[in-house]
Ligand binder design. Structure first.
Ligand SMILES: O=C(O)CCC(=O)C(=O)O
Length: 287
């Protein structure tokens, strides 16, 4: 189904089995959520960003760590790791973060009033794309937001499998506390720390075809592995927050101009996280 052909009254909420699976495991997979054509639009826009055919802040474009650190030479999308917050600058991505096929299931997880706090298009290039260590998203988001959980959605743009670095999860770990996370030597972009004590033998590979979506709880331990294949493993990841959440440090709420909070659906509340953006932003000249 294409976005423009979704009937107004279509309802993509969770059914009882899905809700039970979610509550038990802290993640959920749906297949065939988006068509190849729909994902191709995002892939093309992301490539235009990389080719500088679209205005985009260069600070939101991250190269693969091996290329960035001069260990190998690659060009174009082969040199890419990810772009941050495309929904703030590209209407195609903004439409995707608000697509009911992603957000209807969130209503049962977060309530009806929903904000977007982060989104990233990831390339994971053939042979050099690097994995993410075991982590819990709340380890990071709790520095900004006080809330029970945020929810991530992970959309497969390409087939994702063990060989090209699919997502792994530890089912049920969403019921656990937040682990200590330790610095890693030479990890991808040095941006993720490793959840101390998370065990590979508890992990389950979530291999999915293109168009599938994985929803995951912010306490869920998850990781992904390096890409050992000759194929890309592209994905589009979005993180959502309840509009009932509060700022962890209200005095610093405007300190992250590059990570604006976006309105997704429902209401916002003056005494909560409510300074939200509704439309795509112009890219400042200096960028
Ligand atoms: O896409 C991946 O390889 C991992 C993404 C991830 O772990 C995250 O966004 O929290």
């Amino acid at each position: 189904m294409r976005a423009e052909s979704i009937p107004q009254d279509a309802d993509f909420s969770l059914n009882a089995d899905e809700l039970a699976f979610w509550n038990e495991n802290g993640y959920l997979v749906r297949l065939n959520v988006f068509s190849d054509e729909e994902n191709d639009v995002l892939r093309q826009v992301a490539e235009e960003v990389v080719d500088r055919k679209r205005p985009y802040p260069s600070t939101n474009i991250d190269q693969n760590a091996l290329v960035r650190d001069g260990k190998i030479e690659e060009q174009g999308i082969y040199a890419m790791h990810k772009i941050h917050h495309p929904s703030c600058y590209c209407p195609e991505f903004l439409a995707r973060v608000r697509d009911p096929r992603l957000t209807d299931p969130l209503v049962e997880m977060l309530g009806p009033d929903i904000l977007g706090i982060n989104n990233l298009f990831i390339w994971k290039a053939p042979k050099i794309g690097l994995g993410f260590p075991w982590h819990q998203d709340k380890f990071y988001f709790r520095n900004r937001f006080r809330t029970e959980t945020t929810i991530g959605t992970w959309t497969a743009i390409d087939p994702a499998d063990r060989e090209n670095g699919c997502l792994y999860v530890i089912p049920g770990s969403h019921k656990w506390d937040i682990f200590q996370h330790d610095d890693l030597e030479g990890s991808q972009q040095n941006e993720f720390k490793l959840a101390r004590g998370a065990r590979d033998e508890d992990g389950v590979a979530v291999e999915v075809p293109p168009g599938a979506v994985i929803w995951f709880h912010s306490h869920l331990l998850h990781k992904s592995t390096d890409n050992h294949s000759l194929r890309f493993r592209r994905s589009y990841v979005i993180h959502y927050l309840s509009a009932q959440a509060e700022w962890t440090r209200p005095e610093a709420r405007n300190g992250r101009k590059r990570q604006p909070v976006m309105w997704i659906r429902g209401e916002t509340f003056p005494d909560k996280v409510h300074e939200v953006e509704r439309d795509v932003r112009p890219v400042p000249e200096s960028e």
